[in-house]
Each structure stands twice: as structure tokens, then as C-alpha cells.
Ligand binder design. Structure first.
Ligand SMILES: *Cc1c(COP(=O)(O)O)cnc(C)c1O
Ligand code: SF4
Length: 420
């Protein structure tokens, strides 16, 4: 299949949209996509059950929904539709009110010898995140995405960099760094030629303490042809092989939201091709209302991933950004979903951790709910922390059936949380 992308203007040309979608639903997508980024492609469209598109998880994953707008925003937007200047300002204002930059990401821009690594983030000692400039897009866009400011032209918030030499200098100067994580957007939208421009200097530098190279990517869900029949698929797989043959652990951090993304011959082929290079595929995803908020979905997803040879890794809580009110669910509910699924899979899938919140002090997982001396509490654990001493010391919060994030919880048996 040859890649073809559609946006808010062109999606009406999609055959299935023409055949199945009601005009009023098309109109709603057009309005919602004024605020939320929208991009779909000819492969993702085939994953949708078009007879029931409104309830389809993949449809909701990529087609912005009217309900993603808060009622007051929707009203403002509808009123501004006829006045182009007013409309642009309204769109901008709504976007800025949606917390486009959560969890203090900008505070972590690293520096070396007076040079800033704009396209990087170094929060945890052992792992540096790198956002290659040309990888700040994706083969389609997720409606919940917390990186959405990068696609909407709010340039001052864009993490991007060409500076691989500075990156190498930085890693060399920080012996605690074992992991380099390429992320985005999606770094694997880049051509293999461009990826080589980043990877080859790193391999050549032979930094002794750097052991693991990771790619965070949704390309297996959105465009598995990347590893099967794109014009540079073979070269991309060769690059993977070269990384592995240079002695690195190559970790493909694959983002899957639903088991529907794990079906089909092309996906199977892509996974097999990646695994044959020696790369290890680990999987992660946020738990989202309207998309995957049920134990059955996660159970099926993890079972399928393991059967395909992947390692389930993280279940995340959605971040406080974008249309959070539409996708969010209470921590208690997320934990019940996790528990319901994990109790039905074999040990090979019980590698997954979560539900976990990427908050300012670190990654906090809900371990469970229990009663201690008659008080109902959440048991929490830090899986990652700015201060590594805090990792893996279980701590407690008062039970709260409705809380959706750590900042809504109150400490139990203590007057503050361990990270305060
Ligand atoms: C999650 C995360 C990492 C990687 O953490 P692991 O637990 O090692 O996968 C690194 N940096 C940031 C900012 C993160 O949020
Ligand atoms: S693939 Fe990742 S970066 Fe791209 S839109 Fe989805 S969540 Fe965001």
C-alpha cells in the first residue's frame, strides 16, 4: 500500500467517509478539528468498523469528536465560525486553555558547555529523551495526544533539534546515562537516510556507558508497511540490525491503544521483520475512556502482544492536557481495569506496570486499594523519580473514588507524600 494521508480538509474524499458517514457527523468532525489536530491515513481507515463508526475505538482514536470540546468552548467556537479573524483567535485561546504543556516538560532542557540541547529532556538519571527535529509528526494523530501543540504551529513550545553532536557531547559527560530514547511525534516517520544521520554518529562515538537505544513509536499501529513495503523498509531494518550488531539493546517502545491495531497480516509481518533484527518490542499506552476503558480490551491486547513476541511494559494515566475531560477516568477505575486484565493473563504479560502517572516528581503507579487499620487507602509507588532514592518505597493516599491524578489525592498516615 502506498501511504496517503488525509487532514481536516481532505478527509471527505475517503471512500468509507463518503459511503458511511452522516453529513451532520462530518460537520462535527470539521468543527472539532479546528481545535484538535486531525490526520488519518489509508491504512488506519481499514481498521475501523464503518458500519458502527461512532462507537469504533479506532475511529475515536483518530477522528476528533465534538464532545472533546467543553460546552463553553463549543459555544464560543460555533459563534465565531463566520468571522475568520475572530475564529483564529478563538481557536488559539481554546488551545491555550487546554494546558498544552503539562508536567513541567520545558523545565528539563539540558545544557552542555553553555550549549542548550533544545530537542532533549533529561529528567531521570539513566535515560535521556531526544526529539529529532524531523520526527515531530506522526503517520496519523491520536485525538488524546499530549504532544499535540507540536502539530498545531505553536512554535515556541516545540521541542526539536538537529544537534546530534551536542547530544553525544552531553551523553559522554553524563556517565549515569545508559538509555537514549528517540521520541516525538514519531521518530520512525523519518526516512532511514535521515535516521542514519542521527544513529551512525552515535554508534561511531562508542560511548561506553550508553547501552540501550530506544525508539518510542506508534508506527506499528498507524503504518506497519514501514517495515514491510515502503521504499526504504529494507534499509530501516538494516539500520536496526546495525544497532544490535554494534552491541546495543535496541528497544522498540510500541504504542498500541487497542487490540484492533494488532490484527492483520501486514502487522504480523512488520512485527516479525522487526524481531528478526534482534530488536525487542515493548508496548505501552494510556488508558482512555471511549477507547480502551475495559479489562477485556487490555486482556485481549496484552495476550495478543505476548503471542506476537512483544513485552507489555506500561499502562499510563492520560495527562492533564487537551481533551482530558473526555478521555479521563478515575484512578480507582483505571486500577480496576488493570487488575481485571492482569489477573487473567499469564506471567509473560505481567511485566506491565501501571496505571502510572507521569507527574512532575516522577512516575507514580497505583499499586492497589486496601484497608489498613480500618482506613481505605490507595497504595502508590514511584517507578521513576527525579530523586532515585524514592523509587520503590510504597506509600499511601486516602482513598478517593473520583480522583483522576496525583494532585487530587491526600496523603494517608502522613502529612505529606514522600516526594513533597
Ligand atoms: C517514562 C520516562 C522515561 C523512561 O522511563 P523508563 O521507566 O526507564 O521507561 C524517561 N524520561 C521521561 C521524562 C519519562 O517520562
Ligand atoms: S502517535 Fe504519539 S505523538 Fe503521535 S499523535 Fe499519537 S500519541 Fe501523539
Amino acid at each position: 500500500m502506498k501511504y496517503r494521508a488525509y487532514n481536516a480538509k481532505s478527509f471527505k474524499q475517503i471512500e468509507q467517509v463518503k459511503t458511511y458517514m452522516k453529513p451532520e457527523d462530518i460537520k462535527e468532525i470539521e468543527i472539532a478539528s479546528l481545535v484538535f489536530p486531525f490526520k488519518v491515513n489509508n491504512y488506519v481507515v481499514t481498521l475501523i468498523d464503518w458500519q458502527n463508526y461512532k462507537d469504533d475505538p479506532i475511529f475515536r482514536l483518530v477522528f476528533p469528536q465534538m464532545e472533546m470540546l467543553k460546552p463553553e468552548h463549543k459555544e464560543k467556537l460555533l459563534k465565531a465560525l463566520d468571522d475568520e479573524d475572530k475564529l483564529q483567535k478563538t481557536i488559539y485561546d481554546i488551545r491555550m486553555s487546554l494546558n498544552p504543556h503539562p508536567a513541567g516538560q520545558q523545565a528539563n532542557i539540558p545544557e552542555i558547555n553553555g550549549k542548550k540541547l533544545e530537542g532533549s529532556q533529561h529528567k531521570y538519571k539513566e535515560t535521556i529523551l531526544f526529539f529529532p527535529k524531523q520526527g515531530q509528526t506522526c503517520h496519523a494523530y491520536c485525538t488524546f495526544c499530549f504532544r499535540w501543540p507540536q502539530f498545531t504551529g505553536i512554535d515556541e513550545l516545540k521541542f526539536a533539534s538537529k544537534e546530534v553532536e551536542v547530544l553525544i557531547e552531553y551523553i559522554k559527560a553524563h556517565p549515569t546515562i545508559t538509555d537514549l530514547l528517540f521520541t516525538g511525534g514519531d521518530p520512525l516517520v523519518m526516512s532511514s537516510k535521515l535516521l542514519r544521520a542521527y544513529i551512525e554518529p552515535i554508534l561511531k562515538a562508542k560511548i561506553p556507558h550508553l547501552k540501550n537505544i530506544r525508539f518510542g513509536s506508534k508506527v506499528l499501529g498507524f503504518w506497519p508497511y514501514r517495515f514491510v513495503s515502503d521504499s526504504d523498509s529494507e534499509d530501516l531494518l538494516n539500520l536496526f540490525r546495525e544497532i544490535v550488531d554494534s552491541g546495543y539493546h535496541l528497544a522498540f517502545m510500541a504504542h498500541f491503544n487497542h487490540y484492533k491495531e494488532l490484527e492483520g497480516e501486514i502487522l504480523e509481518k512488520a512485527v516479525r521483520n522487526i524481531r528478526k533484527t534482534g530488536a525487542i518490542i515493548r508496548t505501552q499506552a494510556p488508558v482512555l475512556r471511549h477507547i480502551n476503558a475495559s479489562s477485556e480490551v487490555w486482556e485481549k491486547m496484552w495476550k495478543r502482544q505476548v503471542a506476537l513476541g512483544m513485552i507489555p511494559y506500561y499502562m499510563f494515566m492520560p495527562r492533564d492536557t487537551g481533551a482530558k475531560h473526555y478521555f479521563e477516568l478515575p484512578l480507582y477505575e483505571a486500577w480496576k481495569i488493570y487488575k481485571g486484565a492482569i489477573s487473567k493473563v499469564s506471567g509473560l504479560a505481567r511485566t506491565v506496570r501501571g496505571p502510572s502517572m507521569s507527574a512532575t516528581p516522577g512516575k507514580v503507579a497505583v499499586v492497589g486499594v486496601n484497608e489498613i487499620n480500618g482506613e481505605k487507602v490507595f497504595v502508590l509507588n514511584m517507578l521513576q523519580a527525579k530523586n532515585p532514592e524514592l523509587v520503590d518505597i510504597p506509600f499511601f493516599a486516602k482513598f478517593d473514588e473520583k480522583a483522576t491524578w496525583i494532585d487530587e489525592l491526600k496523603p494517608a498516615f502522613a502529612d505529606k507524600f514522600i516526594f513533597d
